[in-house]
Design a binder for this molecule. Structure first.
Ligand SMILES: [Zn+2]
Length: 395
């Protein structure tokens, strides 16, 4: 759509934006909403933000024609590298079976058996799906290898498409270690961590009954931190547990799921830098109770929304769907949900230059086929993402 001249660099003016969500907080408006706005993009970064009337006109123009623009979505929790889907399991669950974490082992077997090219092709298709729906920053976890060789492969493949790679060797205890969880943890914090860490930025653990105990989780997270990785936690998804408390204690960037939280957990999160990442695609796809976002926000907890896109419990990459579910089912306002899916995700990844539209930020922008961001929740299931720019380039 746009090509910049050599002298001006790769630049364009996106103008006649009816509603611009900047996420530069203003009094009473965390979304930093501007009307009749314009943005200048140059060399992959936002250069200028302001009123359309005041915009310089010495660069090529893209006319938003009154539509809304938001920051690209920051999906801070996905599992996109895996060997095959689990459609039959989903159908069975919808027919009345309950979800257990052990279903992950089905995907592990398929992932170990898949070639790099097979995994890479599926990953590329899913990343394309994410981009087309407005996601410009993606975190991707390992966790379907659960042996040294396959976990390393998954991290390497994920690192080909994102800088936000998370080592989740402690996803579940693999079948060959059944009944020997502590032995598996020693493998995770030993040879597996050594092999995967060069490809990863983060370490994660599924701290949940049926997966890893708080003691085992602490061992994994502390080892990861000692290896230079940042910390994130899967916790409090299927019941009350120690995940959220451990995340806060260790200064994790995020604890994800947070469906079952005690009052102490909520208070601890509110007094911390740990983001509570809510994953309503899981509750939707498993018929579990939704987390109470209202309770968290009212207590002062920073909330992010993410897709948890994975073949078992939430096989959707749609951040607009997460916004719609958060508003309809979790007590969030539209503004809170859009913020959580953009700026909230950035906080959960401790990134300062995404999820926000201000000079110096990455030019990750989404032009909606809608006059306001409200339509993301108001028109669920409708493809409202018209144009996506990542680092200033149209996707
Ligand atoms: Zn997950």
């Amino acid at each position: 759509m746009v090509s910049g001249s050599g002298r001006a660099g790769r630049a364009f003016l996106l103008t006649n934006i009816g509603e611009l969500t900047t996420n530069v907080a203003a009094p009473g408006d965390a979304c930093g909403t501007l009307r009749d706005a314009a943005v200048i993009v140059r060399d992959g970064r936002v250069e200028w933000v302001g009123s359309a009337d005041a915009a310089p006109t010495d660069v090529p123009v893209v006319n938003a024609e009154g539509r809304a623009v938001i920051p690209g979505f920051v999906d801070s929790h996905t599992h996109l590298v895996f060997g095959s889907d689990r459609a039959a399991e989903f159908a069975a669950r919808m027919a009345g079976e309950s979800y257990a974490a052990g279903g992950i082992r089905t995907t592990v077997a398929a992932t170990r058996a898949a070639s790099d090219d097979e995994l890479r092709a599926r990953l590329a298709a899913l990343v394309g799906e994410c981009r087309a729906q407005g996601t410009t920053t993606l975190e991707i976890k390992t966790g379907y290898g659960l042996d040294v060789e396959t976990e390393t492969r998954l991290a390497r493949l994920a690192s080909e498409v994102t800088a936000e790679v998370t080592f989740l060797g402690a996803h579940v205890v693999p079948a060959e270690f059944a009944g020997r969880g502590d032995d598996y943890v020693e493998l995770v914090v030993g040879d597996m961590l050594d092999a995967v860490a060069p490809h990863a930025r983060w370490i994660d653990v599924f701290c949940e009954e049926g997966a890893f105990t708080p003691t085992q989780s602490r061992r994994v997270l502390e080892a990861g931190r000692a290896a230079g990785l940042g910390i994130r936690v899967h916790g409090n998804q299927l019941g009350f547990g120690g995940g959220a408390a451990l995340a806060v204690e260790l200064g994790a960037a995020a604890v994800d799921h947070c469906t079952y939280l005690s009052d102490d957990d909520v208070a601890a999160l509110a007094g911390s830098d740990t983001v509570a990442t809510l994953l309503p695609g899981v509750e939707f796809s498993t018929r579990q109770p939704y987390p109470d976002a209202r309770r968290l926000i009212d207590a002062g907890v920073t909330v992010a929304l993410a897709s948890d896109c994975n073949p078992g419990s939430s096989f959707t990459s749609s951040m607009p769907l997460m916004i719609a579910l958060a508003v309809r089912e979790m007590g969030m306002t539209v503004a809170e949900a859009v913020w959580a899916a953009t700026a909230g995700g950035a906080r959960a990844l401790r990134l300062a230059d995404v999820g926000v539209i201000r000079p110096g930020a990455r030019a990750d922008l989404v032009l909606l086929e809608a006059p306001t961001r409200v339509h993301l929740a108001y028109r669920p299931g409708v493809p409202l993402v018209r144009t996506v720019w990542k680092d200033g380039a149209e996707v």
